[in-house]
Each structure stands twice: as C-alpha cells, then as structure tokens.
Design a protein around this ligand. Structure first.
Ligand SMILES: Cc1cc2nc3c(=O)[nH]c(=O)nc-3n(C[C@H](O)[C@H](O)[C@H](O)COP(=O)(O)OP(=O)(O)OC[C@H]3O[C@@H](n4cnc5c(N)ncnc54)[C@H](O)[C@@H]3O)c2cc1C
Length: 387
C-alpha cells in the first residue's frame, strides 16, 4: 500500500498551485465575478499547462495520466473558487470523458485533440426542467431526419453553455418507458440555428454562467451522435463517475482552503488577550476540520485510484461525493464562524466559499441520490439508486 504521490504527481500538484496562485488573485476573481464574465484567459492557461488533456491518451492529443491526476488537479482548483473549476470541468471532464466513454475512434479524433488544445469548449446539457435527479426521465426529443436528427426540447442549468462551441447534449431517441436505454448523446453546435441559450442568475460560481437551452427544430448531423443511438447512457456513466470524483476533489480543496484560512485568521486574531484559535472551542473545531478534510481526500483518491485500476467505482465515487460535499458546506460554515463578523465581509475570501459550497451537495447528483446509489449497491431496493 502506498499513499504517497509519485514525483510526477507532486510536480503536477505544485505546478497547478503555483500557476493559479499567480493568476487567480482575489482581485482578478472579484472583478470577473462582478461582471459575470467568462475567464477565457484562464481556460487558455489550462490548455497551455496541458491540464485539459489529463486523463486522455497522448495519441488523442492528451497529456496522459488518469483519474488520480484529474483528482489531484481538481483538489487544487477547489482552493481557488467555483468560477475557476467551472471553467475547467465542462470541457476537461464532461467533453473528454463523454467522448472517451462512447464515441467511435473517428469522432474521438475529430473532437478530443481540439478540446485538449483549448481550441474548442464544451458544456454539458443533461438536466431538464422536469428531469433533474431523475435524469433518465428526460423528454428532449431527437427524431431521425435525412442525414441527421432534429432536436426539440429544453435543458436547464448547463454551466458554461454561453461560452461553449459544442453542447454535450442528451436527448431521447426511444420511448420514455425505455428510460436509460432510450437516450442518445449529441455534440450539438452551440451556434446552430434552433439553439437559444439564456443565462440563469445564481448565488455563486459567477464568472461561468449556468444556462437554460431551448431547442427548436435544431438539426444535428448523424456523425455527431456520441456512440450508438439509444446507448448514450453508457457514455454518460463514465463522465458522471468522473464528475462525482472531481467534485469530491474540488470540495476537498475547498475544505482545505477554508481550514487554512480559518487557522491563519484564528492565530492572528486576538481576543481576551490570546489568539482566538487557542480557545478550546475553536482549536477543536479546527482540528476536526483538518481531520475531516484528510478523510475526504483519501475517500476521493481511493475512488480515483479504483477508476484507474478498472475496478467498479459507482459506490466509491458516490461515497466520496456525498462525504466531501457535505464536508465542504460544514467546513465553510465553521471557517466563517472562526472569522467572526469579518468573514461576512467581501474583503475576506471566506464568504465566496460559503456561498459556493452548497452547490456541490446538489449539482452532479444530490447527496440524497448519492446515498441511494450507495444503498442500492448494498443490496437495498431503493427508488432512484439504479444506473
Ligand atoms: C449552478 C448549477 C449548475 C449546474 N450545472 C449543470 C450542468 O452543467 N449540466 C447539467 O446537465 N446539469 C447541471 N446542473 C443540474 C444539477 O445536476 C441538478 O440540479 C441536480 O441533478 C438536481 O436536480 P434538480 O435540481 O432538478 O432537483 P430535484 O431532482 O428536483 O430534487 C429536489 C430534491 O429532492 C431530492 N430527491 C429527488 N429524488 C430523490 C430520491 N429518489 N430520493 C431522495 N431524494 C430525492 C433531491 O436530493 C433534492 O434535494 C447544475 C445545477 C446547478 C444548480
């Protein structure tokens, strides 16, 4: 058993940390978020550092590595705020991993090298107004027509859709009763006629807009279906497992950053003639934050390692996601408490993490759905735990 990162993994971690420390300053992020402007220059930096190609074979223009490397990078991104990781995930995780999960070699060769090089951006569009947790109930329809498909329907909460070149979009090619087996996944040109994208104002992750998408007679060529028609869920499972592990890693980074900020503040802030961190009520809180963050890291890295070993991973990914996301909310709340009134000020970084943490308990499959997935794999007949 070896818990240590390899020299290459440690170099990757340090490179990402140091690049983001110089690039993603608080002033830069505050400015972008106040204008809700997409950080195209940050996306370009990800490409330059080879991060968009992680988990992608080198012959497809990737940087190699696997899920462990993706988890290492996502933990670092989590230290810098939701806008930073929401710039990364839609292309590096949803785009690449869905294509790797289902597309034929020609389609992989057509899209993946350009995603890794940062020449194209994708956004993921699975959720619909009437189909959130119950993703197999999507109603957007794709009907064969000549050389392609005609799509009609609505999507919601697609993050980064306004900045994307292509939407990795799921639609129903079978009947509603077929559930998972009646779904196909399309690479939809975001600028094609019949695609309308609208921004939904939200609480955090402000530089990357999450969007409604309306499709009206949108034509998609047949060579832009990812995998076999009606078997799109197979491609999605790879991306959704990767998403849960990456979100768990992001939340581990968020929790570590909140712990570090609270520790610094608690040591520096004097009340009653001593640092507030030295009061037992606060020192024990900090000790728990540190301990739980370590637990979150190891659950996440174990799930990532399981992917790289080709082991079944749905249960492990759900365990990591449920634990790490609830911890992120708890740790951000505790870090706010250690900061006292100053934590509520925009002058301090902690308020951003406090606003952003809650999202992770919902997006990417809510905590309740993760528990259903775990329970189903313990042999319990739950509704909403099958995939
Ligand atoms: C900011 C943001 C960004 C997002 N980005 C994307 C994106 O890029 N692409 C995309 O496709 N989607 C995205 N999503 C959608 C996200 O994945 C969904 O919000 C999530 O899956 C939950 O669906 P819902 O919001 O419809 O909640 P619902 O499914 O309506 O759930 C409501 C509540 O009921 C609970 N619940 C539902 N079913 C069960 C059950 N069987 N057992 C127990 N409890 C249950 C849920 O846990 C939740 O607490 C994003 C969401 C947000 C808020």
């Amino acid at each position: 058993m070896d818990f240590a990162l390899t020299d290459e993994q440690e170099l990757l971690r340090r490179t990402v940390r140091s690049a983001l420390e110089s690039f993603c300053t608080k002033e830069w992020l505050d400015d972008l978020e106040s204008r809700e402007e997409y950080p195209a220059d940050l996306f370009a930096l990800f490409a330059e550092l080879g991060l968009l190609g992680l988990g992608v074979p080198e012959e497809l223009g990737g940087s190699g590595g696997g899920m462990v490397e993706l988890a290492i990078v996502c933990e670092e991104l989590g230290r810098f705020g939701g806008s930073v990781n929401m710039t990364y995930m839609p292309t590096a995780v949803f785009g690449n991993q869905t294509l790797l999960g289902g597309a034929d070699p020609a389609m992989q060769a057509r899209f993946i090298p350009r995603l890794c090089a940062g020449e194209l951006r994708t956004a993921f569009a699975l959720t619909e107004p009437e189909a959130g947790s119950d993703a197999a109930a999507i109603r957007t329809r794709a009907v064969p027509d000549g050389d392609g498909y005609v799509l009609n329907g609505s999507k919601i909460w697609s993050s980064g859709a306004l900045a994307a070149d292509y939407l990795v979009l799921s639609a129903r090619t079978g009947t509603l009763d077929e559930r998972h087996t009646g779904i196909s996944v399309f690479m939809v040109d975001a600028n094609s006629p019949g695609v309308e994208i609208r921004h939904i104002p939200k609480l955090g992750h402000l530089a990357v807009r999450s969007c409604e998408i309306h499709l009206t007679d949108c034509v998609v060529p047949a060579d832009q279906v990812i995998g076999e028609v009606g078997r799109g869920w197979k491609a999605l499972v790879r991306a959704l497992d990767a998403e849960r592990i990456c979100v768990a890693a992001i939340c581990t980074g968020l929790s570590q950053k909140c712990t570090d900020l609270a520790l610094d503040y608690g040591i520096g802030r004097q009340q009653f003639g001593q640092p507030v961190a030295a009061f037992q009520a606060i020192s024990h809180m900090l000790a728990e934050m540190e301990t739980e963050t370590a637990a979150s890291r190891w659950l996440t890295r174990f799930a990532a390692w399981s992917v790289d070993q080709g082991l079944p991973v749905t249960k492990e990914a759900s365990m990591a996601k449920a634990y790490a996301t609830e911890l992120a909310t708890r740790t951000a709340t505790r870090a706010m408490q250690v900061h006292g009134g100053y934590g509520y000020s925009k002058e301090f970084e902690i308020e951003r993490f406090y606003r952003e943490a809650k999202l992770y308990e919902v997006a990417g499959g809510s905590t309740q759905i993760q528990r259903n997935l775990i329970a189903a794999r313990m042999g319990i007949p739950v509704t909403g735990g099958q995939r």
